[in-house]
Design a protein around this ligand. Structure first.
Ligand SMILES: [Zn+2]
Length: 435
């Protein structure tokens, strides 16, 4: 620890002491101020770190204070050190809540119920040894039913000139989506481009895109709220006004190659509450294990998403995020909230290891030119369809063929917004959840 940290009060945890926490006092508390030596945030954004018993931050947009984080230890740190010892602390109320949630989740969510794990010991889904056994039974019995395939065809990083098959116009996107649906995809994760093929979050274009995809396909339409790493928070929040079926919600900041993809806690909270308000199902995008801790905290403090189901996407192999290998995938999956469904994608050369590992652990798949441009060594991707077809083939070989779209819609509990269709009514289940 360098002298620039003098005055900070840091709460740390270790394998030996997670249940108690280990306080390191590095001098007197020094009031509040900007983190010394901290990185500059996006233009106009100041991240303040106050020096309370636990970190307290405020994030400002210009002069406007977005949200001040409460001084509170995240739920994840309340539990025992069961991650290492296999000890679960619980009480009868939590157990009852778990049963209620199990019933509420229904069979679709049960498809992905996973092994009991003490990291799940959070208020949003009280976990228990009995719950763990039930989960194991379900995993053995049902997790291998089918595989939801998500296509992420475009992203914000690749230049059209470098990958001519990248869909950047609405026409190209719709054509890609139709072919993907025919090949077994159920969900499309959308970034759009402007007339110069540059990434944009223009609301008019987003609405037009959502409408066209709904008109021409049955795919679940998910808009990225990440945009490009330089997009301002206001624009990223406004994406939801296009009323997609689903949106990505990234659960933390991450180094992204040479860039920083900013997702401070107050922004996550504002975005999450807006999804609940507008009845859009978030897909929790997780680049790192710490993001999973943030997801637990979000659910503990703000309740379940619209529809009551939790769906995550592990994005692995980003330089700066978690590596794209099997052991990291297993660690991440074990830490997810109980009952959550999840997809995984590996960036670049981690695509295949992550895909194969995900299939073996009962996960769903995300593929597409957003994540990989190389099909095999020395062989560029032909187009998005090639990637969907490979995923469908591998899933079928694994005895978990592509999931029909209607089943995927039920698993995620998306609101029916297709013209002329009437779907089940999902509650937001906000009340009574969390402390
Ligand atoms: Zn994306």
């Amino acid at each position: 620890m360098g002298p620039e940290l003098a005055g900070l009060h840091v709460r740390a945890a270790s394998a030996q002491g997670l249940d108690h926490g280990v306080d390191e006092r590095l001098g007197d508390r020094a009031g509040s101020g900007c983190m010394p030596g901290g990185p500059a945030a996006l233009p106009g954004v100041t991240v303040k770190r106050e020096l309370a018993d636990y970190q307290q931050r405020g994030v400002q947009l210009g002069a406007r204070l977005l949200i001040v984080q409460e001084t509170q230890v995240p739920q994840l740190l309340r539990q025992s050190i069961g991650f290492f010892r296999g000890v679960v602390m619980r009480d009868a109320d939590q157990d009852e809540q778990a049963r209620a949630l199990d019933l509420a989740h229904g069979p679709a969510a049960d498809l992905d119920a996973r092994f009991g794990h003490p990291l799940y010991n959070c208020a949003h889904a009280g976990h228990s040894a009995e719950g763990s056994r039930r989960s194991r039974d379900r995993v053995q019995g049902m997790a291998t039913a089918s595989t939801m395939i998500t296509l992420a065809p475009t992203g914000a990083e690749t230049v059209k000139a470098d990958a001519p098959a990248l869909p950047v116009t609405l026409e190209e996107l719709v054509k890609t989506a139709k072919a993907a649906q025919a090949a077994g995809a159920a969900l499309i994760h959308v970034h759009i481009r402007d007339e110069k093929y540059e990434p944009t979050l223009d609301l008019g274009r987003l609405k037009e895109t959502v409408a066209a995809l709904r008109e021409e396909t049955d795919l679940i339409v998910q808009l990225s709220t990440g945009g490009a790493v330089t997009d301002p928070y206001e624009d990223r929040l406004r994406v939801l006004d296009a009323l997609p079926d689903s949106c990505s919600l990234t659960c933390g900041t991450v180094n992204f190659g040479h860039d920083v993809f900013m997702n401070p806690w107050p922004f996550m909270v504002e975005l999450y509450q807006k999804t609940q308000e507008l009845e859009v199902v978030p897909e929790f995008e997780l680049f790192d294990l710490g993001h999973i801790a943030a997801l637990h905290r979000l659910l503990d403090e703000y309740g379940l998403p619209y529809g009551g189901k939790i769906h995550c996407d592990l994005v692995m192999g980003v330089p700066g995020g978690m590596p794209g290998d099997a052991r990291t995938l297993v660690a991440a999956v074990q830490a997810l909230p109980e009952g959550a469904s999840w997809s995984a994608t590996g960036i670049g050369r981690t695509t295949l290891p992550v895909m194969l590992a995900a299939l073996s652990v009962g996960g769903h798949l995300r593929v597409g030119m957003e994540d990989t441009l190389t099909y095999a060594k020395g062989e560029p991707v032909r187009d998005n369809l090639q990637l969907v077809e490979r995923a469908a083939k591998l899933a079928t070989l694994a005895q978990r063929p592509p999931m029909p779209i209607e089943e995927a819609r039920a698993m995620l509990a998306v609101k029916e917004r297709r013209p002329g269709k009437v779907g089940p009514v999902h509650g937001s289940r906000r009340s009574g959840q969390g402390p």
